[in-house]
Ligand binder design. Structure first.
Ligand code: F6R
Length: 584
């Protein structure tokens, strides 16, 4: 949540920062701002709303930028970052929350400082200023200030009269890009991918001091440290829209390759994980949002294919369930970003009980990867659209393969996924998109859409409802087919759209549910291998048995995209959301 970027080097820093912010906008887009240094002065420009053009025209080689998802203070220009100290000499961009900002603000007010914004962030530059007034230099004042600031944060800061740009990571993502005589610091790699693939993933409590060279100091240990430079495999093109109008559509279209890449997981790595799963006494999946729906599929898949019982808990609820965790427990955490605060809190709670943590993560070097005992990297490439699509299907592919590996049938699982490739290409093709648009035109004014499924199609229905509501703002709700009669069927009126996921396994019962809905006036949309007279609209998706979750969600991803376009919603940046939810 919130994207930050800083640049120091020979190029035009304002342009680089603005360009970087475009790649970070998925992290928050209710306001934005940049600060650049010119002739020992800091010039700031801040605006409300999505990223636009800056009027700042400076030939500076020192700048920072921020794109905001509001936590403290409304989404208006005065609350946008960067924030300045009272003397205007210190600029700060921040991602995270300063938990004790109220007490700190009170303290600083008593010292005669004033505040222009309602944010927690503004206490940072002013606390540094307070320490500089006591005679400390900028870096020392920043170090001292951080001792007084509680919470999770990533910070970029500089001083008008100093040649250093500093970056601090404390439980919020921050990565350095190492170029040729230039340095980048950002919340995420796509912000500077065009310029360098050499990165340093800062560790918790690292303070990076970027001058003509780079020094890193760990605040917790109070010592200088050396951090390894990694080369990342993503290409700059992967983080751009290319021929597509939106990342949403681009990422939907990449799913065949992404799923295929999941089959390249190292066999040895899978064997080690299988061993740990077999040895564990109690296995728990934790995740949030779409990744949580992937976990729910995991429950069915592990049970059905591998006859292994797994528990599942939404990560934000896990701390309330953690009491039964023992050192022999195994927690499997799933996260695209690897930075979701609730998922990290869940694994930390599990680790306090001595449990092992295995994670399935898309972003290399992320906090979840670093805090897990073992990780499977998804290799899905950067997912920029706020809605998860390709990362979700890649998680499903990996979970299905894990279940197959647990049943000693890993190679069979891989072969079956490969066999699906052509169908995935077809489902993401222009033809399917045109066909699904007809359905979107029928549903665009619907006040509510209901989705039902049984077995593996139930988590698919949950994920489908999430996709529709988060991007089209149409109310969408999923039910297990058998639950309808226990209350929810009361909602059905003449013309209420109900999307029914079928499979050969569940057909008899789910079609009965569809008939019950139709008897109450529902408009039935069927998605599955066989058409049925109860369907008013039908989308054929072949029966892939245990692999159905990988393909049945695709028409709904496309439907959600088309609904967003028809209703004038932004498909990549839905209102109120941000990718990578780094606050609880
Ligand atoms: C939905 C979506 C979110 C994420 C959730 C977890 O389209 O993208 O629900 O799935 O915020 O994010 P990660 O996977 O990064 O932990």
């Amino acid at each position: 949540m919130c994207g930050i970027i800083g640049y120091k080097g020979p190029k035009n820093a304002v342009n680089i920062v603005l360009e970087g912010l475009k790649s970070l906008e998925y992290r928050g887009y209710d306001s934005w701002g940049i600060a650049a240094k010119s002739n020992s002065k800091i010039i700031v420009e801040k605006k409300e709303g999505k990223l636009g053009n800056a009027t700042l025209d400076l030939d500076s080689n020192f700048a920072m930028g921020h794109t905001r998802w509001a936590t403290h203070g409304e989404a208006v220009a005065k609350n946008a970052h960067p924030h300045l100290s009272n003397d205007g000499n210190i600029a700060v961009a921040h991602n995270g929350i300063i938990e004790n900002y109220q007490a700190q603000r009170e303290f600083l007010t008593k010292q005669g400082f004033t505040f222009k914004s309602d944010t927690d962030t503004e206490v940072i530059p002013i606390t540094i200023e307070y320490h500089m007034q006591k005679g400390y230099n900028f870096i020392e004042a920043a170090k001292r200030s951080l001792k007084h600031l509680e919470g999770q944060y990533a910070i970029v800061a500089f001083h008008a009269d100093e040649d250093s740009l500093i970056a601090i990571r404390r439980e919020a993502p921050l990565v350095l890009g190492i170029g040729d005589k230039e340095f980048f610091v950002a919340s995420d790699i796509p912000a500077f991918l065009k310029y360098t693939r050499r990165v340093i993933f800062l560790e918790d409590q690292d303070l990076a001091i970027i001058n003509s060279d780079l020094k890193i100091f760990n605040l917790a240990k109070d010592i200088p440290v050396k951090r390894e430079i990694s080369t990342i495999e993503w290409s700059p093109e992967q983080a751009q829209k290319g021929k597509f109008d939106h990342f949403f559509l681009k990422e939907i279209s990449e799913q065949a390759e992404v799923v295929s890449r999941a089959t390249a997981i190292d066999t040895k790595q899978i064997e080690n994980i299988v061993k740990e799963i077999k040895e564990a006494k109690g296995i728990y999946f934790v995740a949030c949002g779409s990744a949580a729906h992937a976990c729910m599929h995991g429950l069915y898949l592990f049970s059905k294919i591998a006859k292994v019982h797994v528990n599942f808990c939404i990560a934000s609820e896990f701390p309330y369930f953690q009491h039964f965790i023992v050192p022999e427990s195994l927690v499997i955490a799933i996260s695209q970003s690897g930075e979701t605060a609730d998922t990290l809190a869940a694994i930390r709670a599990a680790k306090e009980h001595g449990a092992k943590v295995i994670s399935i993560v898309n972003v290399m070097g992320s906090t979840l990867v670093r805090e897990s005992d073992r990780s499977i990297l998804q290799g899905a490439g950067p997912e920029i659209c706020v809605l998860s699509t390709k990362a979700y299907t890649s998680q499903l592919a990996i979970l299905t393969l894990l279940a197959y590996a647990l049943a000693n049938k890993f190679e069979d699982g891989k072969a079956m996924i490969k066999e699906l490739m052509r169908h995935i290409y077809y489902l993401t093709s222009e033809n399917t998109r045109r066909f699904v648009r007809r359905l979107a035109e029928k549903l665009r004014y619907a006040p509510s859409i209901y989705l039902i499924g049984r077995g593996l199609q139930y988590p698919t229905a949950l994920e489908a409802a999430l996709k529709i509501k988060e991007v089209s703002y149409i109310h969408a709700e999923a039910y297990a087919g058998g639950e309808l009669k226990h209350g929810s069927i009361a909602l059905i009126e003449h013309g209420t759209p109900c999307i029914v996921f079928t499979s050969s396994e569940t057909e008899k019962d789910i079609i009965n549910n569809a008939v019950e809905l139709k008897s109450r006036g529902a408009y039935i949309i069927g998605i599955g291998p066989k058409n049925n007279m109860v369907f008013d609209f039908y989308i054929k998706v072949r029966d892939a048995g245990e692999f159905n979750p990988l393909i049945q969600i695709i028409p709904i991803q496309i439907l959600a995209y088309q609904l967003a376009l028809l209703r004038g919603c932004d498909p990549d940046m839905p209102r109120n959301l941000a990718k990578s939810v780094t606050v609880k």
